[in-house]
Design a binder for this molecule. Structure first.
Ligand SMILES: [Zn+2]
Length: 306
C-alpha cells in the first residue's frame, strides 16, 4: 500500500507541474480518486493540452483549420453511435478508415491523378476535391442519406413529417415557377401551427482555403444564410415556416439545424418507450453525415486501397 501512496503522490506532483494554476490540495489524500475529481482533473489536463497543441507541434494553417473544425459543436457526435445495421448505423472498415484519414489529414489519394468519377479535375491528397465533386452519385447520396435518417428520427419521435413533399412555391428564384421543387422534408404543424419546409445543404468548410482568417463554423452559417435569403420569404408568403439544415463535412451544424435537432431530441426523449441517450438524435444525424462523406471518399480511392 505504501507504494500506492507514493505513486499517487508522484502522479499528483506530475499533474501539478503541468497545471500550476489548478488547486490540487483537495485531492491529496490516499483514497482512490472518486469519479468527480477524476473528471475535473482529466478535463483540466486535456484542456491545457488542446490549448498548447499548436505551440508544441507547430501546426500548419491547414492543420489548424481542420483542428478547429474537429472541435466545432457536434463534429464528434458520430463517434458515440452504437453500430446497428437496421438503422444504417454501420460503416465498412474502408469507409471508417477513409473518414478518419480525412479528419486526421492523412493522405488519401495520389496527387495529380484525375478524379475517377468526374474525370475533369485532379485529386488532391487530402480528399478536398472528392468532397466538392458534384458528380453523381456521391454528392446527392450524402444529401439524401442525411434527409432519410432525419426523417426516420422524426418518425420514431412521433413527429408527423413527409419526405420529398410537393409544395407549390419552392423554386429557384432565378428560374421562377418553371422549376417548382418539393421540400426535402415537410414537418407538419411545427412552428406556431405552420408546416415547416426543411432544406438540406452540405458544405465543405475548407473550400477555397487560403491559409488565414479561417473561422470554423462560418461555412455552415453562410450556407444557412444563403438558403434563408433564397427560400424563406416564399415560405412565409405561403403560410409555411422555413428550416435550412446546413452541415459541413466534419459534422458541424449551423444554428438553425442545431436548434431544430435540440427540439427533436426533446420530443424523442418524451416519446421513447425504451431509454434513448441524451444525444441520440445528434449522433444519428452526425453518423449519417460521416457515412455520406465516406461514400464520396471511397468512390475515388485507388483500387489497391479498397
Ligand atoms: Zn471529381
Amino acid at each position: 500500500m505504501g507504494d500506492l501512496d507514493s505513486d499517487f503522490r508522484a502522479a499528483l506532483d506530475g499533474l501539478q507541474a503541468v497545471l500550476p494554476d489548478v488547486d490540487l490540495g483537495g485531492f491529496a489524500n490516499k483514497s482512490i480518486a472518486p469519479r468527480e475529481p477524476q473528471t475535473i482533473l482529466a478535463s483540466a489536463f486535456y484542456g491545457k493540452t488542446v490549448k498548447e497543441i499548436n505551440g508544441v507541434f507547430g501546426l500548419s494553417p491547414r492543420q489548424k483549420a481542420v483542428f478547429d473544425c474537429l472541435r466545432a459543436p457536434h463534429a464528434q457526435d458520430f463517434l458515440t453511435v452504437i453500430p446497428i445495421e437496421g438503422l444504417g448505423q454501420c460503416m465498412s472498415a474502408v469507409e471508417y478508415r477513409s473518414v478518419l484519414k480525412y479528419r486526421l489529414m492523412i493522405p488519401l489519394y495520389p496527387e495529380d491523378e484525375p478524379c475517377p468519377v468526374c474525370r475533369k479535375v485532379c485529386l488532391d491528397s487530402f480528399g478536398e476535391h472528392a468532397l466538392h465533386c458534384k458528380e453523381l452519385p456521391g454528392f446527392k447520396y450524402r444529401h439524401d442519406l442525411v434527409r432519410d435518417v432525419l426523417f426516420d428520427v422524426l418518425k420514431r419521435a412521433g413527429i408527423a413529417a413527409k419526405k420529398e413533399a410537393p409544395v407549390n412555391f419552392l423554386t429557384d428564384p432565378k428560374e421562377g415557377r418553371s422549376s417548382l421543387r418539393p421540400a426535402d422534408v415537410l414537418v407538419f404543424g411545427w412552428s406556431g401551427g405552420k408546416h415547416a419546409c426543411i432544406d438540406f445543404t452540405g458544405v465543405s468548410p475548407l473550400a477555397g482555403f487560403r491559409g488565414s482568417g479561417f473561422v470554423s463554423g462560418q461555412a455552415t452559417q453562410k450556407a444557412e444564410a444563403g438558403k434563408i435569403s433564397k427560400h424563406e420569404q416564399a415560405c412565409i408568403d405561403n403560410q409555411h415556416a422555413f428550416l435550412p439544415f446546413a452541415f459541413d463535412t466534419f459534422g458541424c451544424l449551423a444554428p438553425v439545424a442545431s436548434g431544430f435537432l435540440k427540439r427533436v431530441q426533446k420530443a424523442a426523449l418524451a416519446h421513447a418507450t425504451v431509454s434513448v441517450g441524451h444525444s441520440y438524435v445528434f449522433s444519428r444525424v452526425g453518423f449519417a453525415i460521416q457515412k455520406g462523406v465516406a461514400a464520396q471518399l471511397v468512390a475515388r480511392l485507388p483500387t489497391h486501397d479498397l
